[in-house]
Design a protein around this ligand. Structure first.
Ligand SMILES: Cc1cc2nc3c(=O)[nH]c(=O)nc-3n(C[C@H](O)[C@H](O)[C@H](O)COP(=O)(O)OP(=O)(O)OC[C@H]3O[C@@H](n4cnc5c(N)ncnc54)[C@H](O)[C@@H]3O)c2cc1C
Length: 512
């Protein structure tokens, strides 16, 4: 019988512990041994608190109980992201986790909406998204199970405390046999012939051997970044933000079931509501604003009292040419980073882990598995990249240099073609793999001010009157159903109140 594949993970941030939890949770001890090395002295990036709905699939796949995870990470629910001032100053739209309306026959809903508009009728597309109406009214409940019912047309994600999530995953992984070693990696020994990693050396002098090394060391990219042929592909020209200032503040007002992103002079500010505090940060391009000015803007725009000084994080948009080479595979920030505008990094971690499990190798590692893994990673990165660029490129702001630069930049052909098809007749290509699905593109296209000049001709197969009646009744039924939903606050308190009893009352006070 084959001995278990020895996996060594370097790094204990979200990427490291998600990898350890999944490998130890899904594979047996006869298949793998999992060892994770992390350094308390170095610490983690400490941000990354908003997620996408796929996170639930990951938790279910690995065997994590949702309410337990949410209680222990001070989590709240997320139905989408509100973009304030993005298309133009004074605008607001939500990218919901769900569809707008329901398809009529083989025609996507928005074609009927465009048709009604072109016939001179006035309808706000947001009124047809269950997730948006619920988010704007601070309501939450789990989606319904009947696919014919309108309350099954959305999904949800989480906001959570990233350090508590890593801690939660650590307990989960260790209970399933993953071993943790505290220590700083100071050197890497290579096999003289293959060039593969033979072992890593810790400051303590200990040497750790393995079959597969997973680099989760964050922006340092300790293992994957050593290879001069595996350089970093820099996408700053399309995604110019390179710095974030992050600061938590006290909760205030309603516990909103959505992330908020507000466009600012040289970037944007996030607001992520957790049960006991709110996470905030200003993501900006240092080419367009000084750090002091960015810090002043951030601190002037907090909901509640700041709980700390702003912390600076520098980054570069882009990805490693190959996430997996030889017996070294990078997951998380070590493999690349696309700014957090659409909360995609943890999703990219998840996809890397799921693909690794799908293609799980034996010894010696077959290069065709590596090629396929890298192909899937590239696809994900490029699709997320285009979606993010859209937010910047399709703006009509002329109040600052960043927005003017973005409006005039030369975007990838893949995005240009997608935008042209949408404007021509509202067509949005559906991907087989990867983010994002058509409802996400639709909300950002429209939110950023693009309007289809025409619609799918099949929409004419229905009488216009019947279409209008359908729109009216759909809008009314969403409004009524959402009214009957519980408040998000109440739902969270009932389902997953923060485990830290000493801090939980803060949530009550804040909303009193
Ligand atoms: C400003 C900002 C906001 C973000 N917001 C979001 C968001 O809302 N949603 C989202 O999905 N993602 C977000 N992300 C991304 C998210 O934070 C990361 O994807 C996630 O935290 C994973 O990080 P990581 O585990 O790869 O790296 P890190 O958290 O940096 O962990 C690196 C680990 O490597 C260890 N290490 C490093 N060097 C050594 C060494 N020599 N020896 C031993 N150990 C070592 C460290 O101790 C640490 O444990 C954001 C990122 C930034 C920069």
């Amino acid at each position: 019988m084959n001995r278990p594949l020895e996996i060594v993970i370097v790094g204990g941030g979200t990427a490291g512990w998600m990898s350890a939890a999944a490998l130890a949770g899904v594979l047996t001890r006869e298949q793998v041994s999992v060892r994770l090395v992390e350094s308390d002295e170095i610490g983690t990036v400490g941000v990354g608190e908003a997620t996408l709905p796929q996170m639930k699939e990951f938790n279910d796949y690995v065997g994590i109980i949702e309410s337990d995870m949410m209680r222990k990470t001070n989590a709240t629910f997320k139905l989408g992201i509100e973009f304030v001032d993005w298309g133009y100053k004074g605008s607001s739209y939500i990218h919901p986790f769900g569809t707008h309306g329901k398809p009529t026959g083989s025609v996507a809903f928005h074609h009927q909406w465009v048709r009604a508009l072109q016939a001179g009728h006035s309808y706000d597309i947001e009124d047809f998204s269950y997730a948006i109406v619920a988010a704007r009214n601070n309501k939450f409940e789990f989606p319904g199970g009947d696919p014919a019912a309108i309350n099954s047309t959305y999904s949800y994600a989480y906001h959570f405390d990233a350090s508590l999530y890593a801690r939660f995953l650590r307990d989960f992984a260790e209970a399933r046999g993953a071993r943790r070693t505290e220590g700083k990696v100071v050197d890497v020994a290579l096999h003289p012939e293959s060039g593969d990693i033979a072992s890593i050396k810790l400051q303590s002098g200990e040497s750790i051997t393995g079959d597969l090394f997973i680099d989760c060391s964050g922006f340092r990219a300790l293992l994957i970044g050593r290879d001069p042929k595996n350089s970093f592909e820099d996408w700053t020209k399309w995604l110019p933000c390179d710095t974030a200032l992050a600061v938590p503040c006290a909760s205030a007002g309603q516990l909103t079931p959505h992330t908020r992103s507000t466009a600012r002079e040289a970037g944007w500010q996030w607001r992520i509501p957790l049960q006991v505090r709110t996470g905030n940060g200003y993501v900006f391009s240092s080419a367009f604003i000084s750090e002091d000015a960015a810090a002043a803007t951030l601190m002037q725009n907090l909901d509640g009292a700041p709980l700390d000084e702003p912390r600076r994080i520098r980054f570069k948009a882009g990805r490693r040419l190959k996430s997996w080479r030889g017996n070294c595979l990078a997951i998380g920030l070590a493999s690349g980073f696309l700014e957090p505008l659409e909360s995609t990094s943890i999703y990219l971690i998840q996809m890397a882990i799921v693909n690794l499990l799908k293609l799980f190798p034996r010894k010696p590692i077959d290069p065709t598995l590596i090629d396929e893994f890298n192909r899937l990673v590239d696809l994900e990165y490029e699709r997320v990249r285009d979606f993010l660029i859209l937010h910047y490129y399709a703006n009509t702001r002329d109040d600052s240099e960043l927005w003017k630069y973005c409006r005039n930049m030369d975007v990838p052909d893949s995005l240009r073609e997608k935008m042209a098809l949408f404007v021509h007749r509202g067509h949005i290509e559906k991907y087989k793999d990867g983010l994002f699905a058509p409802p996400s593109w639709l909300s950002v296209f429209l939110g950023q001010g693009l309007r289809p000049k025409n619609y799918d001709r099949l929409a004419d197969n229905m009488e216009l009157d019947a279409t209008l009646t359908g729109l009216d009744s759909l809008r009314a039924s969403i409004g009524e159903r959402v009214k009957a939903m519980p408040d998000h606050d109440a739902f969270v308190r009932d389902y997953c109140p923060a485990a830290d009893a000493a801090r939980a009352p803060a949530m009550m006070d804040a909303h009193a």
